[in-house]
Design a protein around this ligand. Structure first.
Ligand code: IFM
Length: 453
């Protein structure tokens, strides 16, 4: 047994998202989001589930804070639902929406926990989607206005912020593949959406800085460690292009004001809708890079000439490779992926401050006759990935915190309630929460700031 100590002041936390836990979708003046509309559209979500109630955290957030206290955590990543603040995505703030997040963040601070909100974790006001959504350039300006409203109201006591959660995922799933809200399958709209999101990121970043100079600002990027399917030079090149597309399409515009060279035939300027001055507008020299990572991706070269928009690269098979064990969601457990991506970003971007903003696993273990959830596979998952974080730190990565996805079993998007990622079990009939064995174990790691391997 070895004991791995983490740096002094390292943050230990959990991450959640508004639509996945809050419920109360029509309360206190909240407007409709694209996820309200999508989940109420027949055939979109497994079993016709919706987030109408989810974990009822809008009312039960004191229980959520109590769970975090019980575990001894000191950072809570949650997200702000844009339609609670601006029901139609524009105009003055809905005071009741702001009040909810003020209560939540003040109670967190009183419990010794850093409030660590994300401004956008996918619940776009439906009115803005009706006006064109993320492919529509005006949405960037709307988003910057919303971001400013929120930090002007809460930035007196909430000092650390994330702008977006997983821009690659919400543009790919929402506009290209269509299995997430708003459910569009339109490659042209998808490409434009990625550019508008990059513009929105830059504009929101500047709006936050201008509103308050003392904030720490980042974004949570979805990441994966890309590995070639074979030793061939073609697969190696394809793997690099896939890395640029998944890991850098939003990171590089923010930190360097340019797009990564992901397309073999060059940047599709016109398809992206790029105008003069846009590269400067995308720049957002964030204070930290948030890394969300679950597994690796095996990549091979795509056959044939896929046209000007093609990446010439294809990820193989299910999520991850085929050597490691799989979670109940089918994702490969591959801890080295987290070490690799933390070190790659460290090397390529001059050692930025990093936070692991999401990492976790879905296992369906249920309470036994004593009411105990003995989710030992989840403990082994976290042990492996936390060891990988520790190795990255030893090798030079400046990682300041780790957030387990997630505090509570919750609404897992198109899967509804079928995937349980929580450190706490939720009975979706009563919304009662029970800390799982993994939650107890994670709490001990956090309190000791050290991991036994
Ligand atoms: O539940 C999601 C979360 O909203 C974004 N990152 C991945 C998680 C698991 O799929």
């Amino acid at each position: 047994m070895a004991r791995l100590e983490f740096p002094k002041g390292f943050h230990w936390g959990t991450a959640t998202a508004s639509y996945q836990i809050e419920g109360a979708t029509r309360e206190d003046g909240k407007g409709e989001s694209i996820w309200d509309r999508f989940s109420h559209t027949p055939g979109r979500i497994k079993n016709g589930w919706t987030g109408d109630r989810a974990c009822d955290s809008y009312h039960r957030y004191p229980e959520d804070i109590a769970l975090q206290k019980e575990m001894g955590l000191d950072s809570y990543r949650f997200s702000i639902a844009w339609p609670r603040i601006q029901p139609n995505g524009r105009g003055p703030a809905n005071q009741k929406g702001l009040d909810y997040y003020r209560r939540l963040s003040e109670d967190l601070l009183a419990a010794g926990i850093r409030p660590f909100p994300t401004l956008y974790h996918w619940d776009l006001p439906q009115a803005l989607e009706d006006a064109g959504g993320w492919p529509h350039r005006d949405t960037a300006a709307r988003f910057a206005e919303y971001a400013e409203l929120v930090v002007r109201a809460l930035g007196d006591h909430v000092k650390s912020w994330m702008i977006f959660n997983e821009p690659n995922i919400f543009t790919v799933m929402g506009y290209l593949i269509g299995i997430h809200a708003p459910g569009r399958r339109d490659p042209a709209a998808f490409l434009r959406a990625t550019h508008v999101v990059n513009l929105a990121h830059g504009e929101a970043f500047r709006a936050l800085r201008a509103a308050r100079s003392d904030l720490t600002i980042g974004t949570a990027f979805n990441c994966t460690a890309c590995e070639p399917a074979s030793d061939s030079p073609e697969d190696a090149e394809a793997t690099e292009r896939w890395h640029r597309f998944v890991n850098e399409w939003f990171l590089r515009p923010a930190l360097r004001g340019e797009y990564p060279a992901a397309h073999p035939k060059g940047l599709p300027l016109e398809a992206l809708g790029i105008r003069d001055g846009d590269f400067e507008k995308m720049r957002a020299p964030v204070d930290f890079v948030g890394v969300n990572l679950y597994t690796r991706t095996i990549v091979q070269a795509a056959p044939g000439d896929g046209g000007p928009l093609s990446l010439g690269a294809l990820p193989i098979g299910p999520v991850g490779g085929s050597e490691g064990p799989r979670t109940d969601f089918g994702w490969e457990v591959w801890p080295n992926a987290l070490r690799d991506i933390l070190l790659r970003i460290t090397k390529d971007y001059d050692r930025p401050v990093l936070e692991v903003t999401e990492n976790g696993c879905s296992y369906g273990d249920e309470p036994d006759a004593q009411g105990v959830v003995r989710d030992l596979r989840r403990i082994e998952f976290y042990r492996g990935y936390l060891e990988a974080v520790h190795r990255a730190i030893q090798a030079g990565a400046d990682v300041r915190g780790y957030h387990a996805w997630t505090l509570l079993d919750n609404f897992e998007w198109a899967e509804g309630f079928a995937q349980r990622f929580g450190l706490a079990w939720v009975d979706f009939d009563t919304c009662a929460r029970t800390l799982k064995e993994s939650g107890r174990w994670y709490g001990q790691v956090a309190r000791e700031n050290a991991l036994e391997v």
